[in-house]
Design a protein around this ligand. Structure first.
Ligand code: DP6
Length: 326
């Protein structure tokens, strides 16, 4: 009989970034990282273990997936099957509710949902930390997407110890994130390639590693204190540190586009005017603005003037993974 597992996982935005692996195959990071899981951007994946020797299938949003993206997924599945000693041809169906226009990487929700659906389909008894470990093997940031609210990925020292833990799944302070999408072109340098170049060539990489230890401690304290100002300042500085690091690689590179700077300047200007908001950015030119609900409208209004062609989507704090089997 065919068995199907389904899981829904939400994307997360890193407030203190993961940017550098000490083991590429296991996706072991150099540093801890801290993230916020988002409400409106998520992936639902269904995995069916097929009866007989039926061919494997993978569809996303109704269309078959082939090429590099499919290869990455099937290699990942082979790895999980080997780890758990299970076999079978699989049908994978994914619905990605992460609008490209949000400029948010969907790999965090995608691999967390896939790990969850895989575990549910095979009836594996996995706890949240094991699930986080499984998700990490697909994409580092996915390790944090098994939890809602704030999560911390502990770098650890090997496969068993590199897992995310929840910090506060139901934060008491209301936080909003506005995704400002200024470019939908595919990334020139993937996050995997970007962080690799930085690790291998930037003379400043050790400084980043050392600095992030302290940044994580301070961020965790800011979350515990519901201190939005400190949270925002730390997140903004950490994003600048990461993007500065990219310029110091050999050869240097940047994800910034001219409009990126316009948005960053507008956020700094808004803050000077008393509208408290902060930015962060991942491996792309789009900007994410952190703001409390009372200032959201003012930020949206200003950015609509500064970058009139940009798409803006705002969202709140999202939940952890849900899984079911039948
Ligand atoms: C800038 O998780 O996409 O978003 O492990 O190579 O798949 P791989 O990288 P990925 O990198 C995310 C980088 C980041 C920061 C972060 O999410 O912590």
């Amino acid at each position: 009989m065919e068995r199907t597992g389904t899981a829904t996982a939400h994307t997360n935005i890193a407030l203190i970034k993961y940017w550098g692996k000490k083991d590429e195959a296991l996706r072991l990071p150099f540093t801890d990282s801290i993230s916020l899981t988002l409400a409106d951007f998520y992936t639902t994946t269904e995995v069916t273990v097929l009866d007989s020797a039926l061919p494997k299938r993978f569809t996303m949003n109704g269309s078959p997936v082939q090429g590099k993206a499919a290869d990455r997924v099937w290699q990942y599945i082979a790895r999980l099957q080997q780890r758990f000693g299970v076999r079978g041809s699989l049908a994978i169906t994914t619905e990605n509710h992460v609008p490209t226009s949000a400029g948010l990487a969907s790999s965090s929700s995608a691999f967390a949902a896939l790990a969850g659906a895989f575990a549910a389909a095979y009836g594996l008894q996995v706890d949240m930390q094991e699930l986080s470990r499984m998700a990490r093997l697909g994409s580092g940031s996915a390790s944090r997407s098994v939890y809602g609210g704030f999560a911390r990925w502990i770098a650890g020292s090997d496969d068993a110890t590199s897992v995310a833990v929840p910090i506060d799944e139901h934060p008491s302070f209301a936080l909003r994130m506005i995704a400002v999408q200024i470019d939908v072109k595919p990334k020139a340098i993937s996050s995997t390639a970007g962080m690799r170049r930085v690790v291998e060539t930037s003379p400043y990489f050790p400084v980043w590693v050392e600095h992030n230890v302290d940044a994580c401690e301070r961020m965790q304290q800011a979350i515990a204190d519901s201190d939005f100002t400190t949270l925002g300042e730390l997140a903004q500085q950490n994003a600048l540190d990461m993007h500065a690091l990219n310029l110091t690689a050999r050869p240097g590179f940047t994800y910034f586009e001219p409009q990126t700077l316009q948005v960053l300047q507008a956020v700094d200007q808004l803050r000077q005017e008393g509208v408290e908001c902060y930015y962060t950015m991942d491996a792309g030119p789009n900007v994410k603005v952190l703001v409390q609900p009372e200032h959201e409208a003012a930020v949206l209004e200003r950015l609509a003037v500064v970058v009139p062609d940009a798409t803006m989507l705002s969202t709140g704090v999202g939940p952890g993974i849900t899984m079911s089997a039948n």
